[in-house]
Ligand binder design. Structure first.
Ligand code: G6P
Ligand code: ZN
Length: 582
């Protein structure tokens, strides 16, 4: 059947001029494929794995088989992606299976592009039943690297474990895929393509998201900051999805100079980069910010646009501090929070800086496991406004995902607000000034994370053994045990009971909490595509302002040594050094 496309000159769809006959559903026989279990954030594997016959199709069909029919039959689903290799083919597969399962309409970003936060925003704004994000987030892309798929629910949040467990169960028994066999949809043109009982609308991936940002922030305040000659700004899109957002938002709307955007064109292999905004991988940005005459403000975002890193001139803001500082300043600097945040939350390994802000502002506070999905229920229940994770995720209840560009706009709002009454020529209140003032008020939570990233499959064995060893230690530990200069308050494997729906998750990370509030935490990453990545999180609180100006690695050295000796990491994994330190 020949679809009919209708698009107005403005790019928004006009009424459809004709309809094609009913689509015919084709049943494709298939067999279960092992290993399709969803991790911290969707299903992630090497591209080559996803390119096997029916690999993606099986998972998508298993997903529809897991949802109650009223959640998708005749409904609307959003489809976006970070522009990585294999997204174009994957989009066609997803669209055809959605049609085969009776979905009414797919809203897809032009060229299959739409950031994770924008997908969440579009689901909410268009009252869609849910949406897909084709991304392996911060993992590298290209034929030899990673691909991934996530499913978000009707309020825009990542699917809960009850759904992802069901999907996995269904991948083990799947026998047929329902799809419609029409020619590939042209995703390069905006507009509505109507197949009769199914349609595809190709939308501008930026428009709805930008409108939301304009409602959350005071754009004229940010504009005034960007117009100051002493405020130079750089944003590194890392050749990933925020490349599509940076120019329309920072340059066209807010007046940043066009050359303030680095690596602003999304590429299928992210320009051979590792699109993870941290001090190791965002090296172009780091070089500029730490170089001579560096700009006042620098930021980067990851593959799918939900992570962020914020830097001042020669100054790194840890994600744990970042969320605390945004929370402390939100009410005065960001119109969306003008009545004050409703509550604050962080993931368990994230430092306790936010806890101190919650206490001072007398706000409800929550500690959840690693994974953004755990914040959604608290937001839906109206108990949570601002939250963050040490893993470069910061966000709020404006959507149900973390949001890289939101975090950058939040920081610019804070800096703009602090400089609002300053005349030209007066010294700019800098990112470093805001952070050090915050420490002086609340104390500093020194924090660092050591990552021993996956390389070979066989390394999982050593990592798992190390975790067993740690579990053995905590089972025998008791309050008052002495670890070097530290006295144990408790050691456990973190469990979480969702206060809204009562669901329980266990084994979310091994923690050693000492009587002075210091913590050592061990976790295995849930976002890899092969092998195991060990993460060690170290934290120590320092109330004394005179001791704040110390490098975190130096301040934390005794705890880091303690973490390595207690875990016997080197013995179990053979690893001498971490791959990434943040
Ligand atoms: C993703 C998730 C985050 C999580 C991060 C690290 O970005 O959305 O919630 O903190 O990955 O997860 P991992 O399991 O690799 O430590
Ligand atoms: Zn991401």
């Amino acid at each position: 059947s020949v679809p009919v496309r209708a698009a107005s000159a403005s790019g928004s769809p006009s009424a459809t001029v004709a309809q094609s006959p009913e689509l015919k559903i084709k049943i494709v026989p298939t067999q279960p494929i092992e290993g399709q279990k969803t991790g911290t954030s969707g299903l992630r594997k090497k591209v080559k794995v996803f390119m096997q016959d029916n690999y993606l199709a099986n998972w998508i069909q298993a997903l529809f088989d897991s949802l109650p029919p009223e959640d998708y039959k005749g409904g609307v689903l959003v489809l976006g992606g970070d522009g990585r290799y294999f997204n174009k083919e994957a989009a066609q597969i997803i669209i055809k299976i959605a049609a085969g399962n009776g979905v009414g309409k797919i809203l897809v970003g032009k060229d299959g592009i739409m950031s994770t936060p924008a997908v969440s925003a579009v689901i909410r704004k268009r009252k869609a039943n849910g949406g897909f994000v084709m991304s392996a987030s911060h993992n590298p892309g290209g034929p030899d690297y990673d691909w991934g798929i996530k499913f978000n629910y009707s309020s825009g949040q990542p699917a809960p474990e009850s759904i992802t467990d069901k999907i996995y169960g269904n991948t083990l028994s799947i026998s047929e895929i329902k799809m419609v066999d029409f020619p590939d949809v042209d995703l390069s043109l905006l507009g509505l393509i109507d197949y009769g009982n199914f349609s595809v609308e190709v939308v501008d991936p930026v428009a709805d998201y930008l409108e939301l940002m304009e409602n959350v922030f005071d754009f004229s305040l940010i504009k005034s900051l960007l117009s100051r000659p002493d405020f130079r700004f750089v944003f590194d899109a890392m050749h990933a999805v925020t490349g599509a957002y940076a120019k329309p938002i920072f340059v066209d709307k807010l007046g940043a100079s066009p050359d303030s955007i680095l690596n602003g064109v999304p590429l299928e292999d992210f320009g051979h980069g590792h699109p993870d905004p941290n001090l190791t991988y965002a090296e172009d940005l780091v070089k500029i910010m730490y170089g001579d005459n560096g700009p006042a403000f620098g930021a980067a975002s990851d593959g799918d646009g939900d992570r962020n890193m914020v830097l001042g001139k020669g100054f790194f803001v840890t994600p744990s501090d970042s969320v605390a500082i945004i929370a402390a300043n939100a009410e005065e600097a960001i119109p969306y929070f003008k009545s004050g945040p409703k509550g604050l939350a962080r993931s368990m390994p994230t430092s306790g800086a936010l806890d101190r802000v919650a206490k001072k502002l007398n706000l409800p506070f929550f500690e959840v496991p690693t994974g953004w999905k755990f914040f959604g229920n608290l937001m839906d229940a109206g108990n949570l406004s601002i939250c963050g994770e040490e893993s470069f995720g910061t966000g709020s209840d404006h959507i149900r995902e973390k949001d890289g560009i939101w975090a950058v706009l939040a920081w610019m709002s804070i800096i703009a607000f602090r400089n609002k009454d300053k005349k030209a020529g007066e010294k700019l209140v800098s990112v470093a000034d805001v952070v050090t003032e915050h420490w002086a008020t609340y104390g500093r939570n020194f924090f660092s994370r050591y990552d021993y990233e996956e390389s070979l499959e066989c390394e999982s064995e050593g990592a798992n053994k190390m975790v067993e060893h740690l579990r053995d230690i905590i089972s025998k530990s008791k309050e008052g045990d002495v670890y070097g200069n530290y006295t144990l308050q408790f050691a456990d494997d973190f469990n979480y009971t969702d206060p809204v729906d009562g669901s329980v998750v266990s084994k979310q990370g091994i923690r050693f909490v000492f009587t002075d509030g210091s913590r050592i935490i061990f976790r295995l990453s849930g976002t890899g595509s092969a092998g195991a990545t060990v993460r060690i999180y170290i934290e120590q609180f320092e109330p004394e302002a005179s001791k704040h100006d110390v490098d975190a690695q130096i301040a934390l050295k005794p705890l880091i040594d303690l973490a390595l000796s207690t875990s016997k990491l080197k013995e179990f994994t053979g690893r001498e050094k971490p791959t990434v330190i943040t």
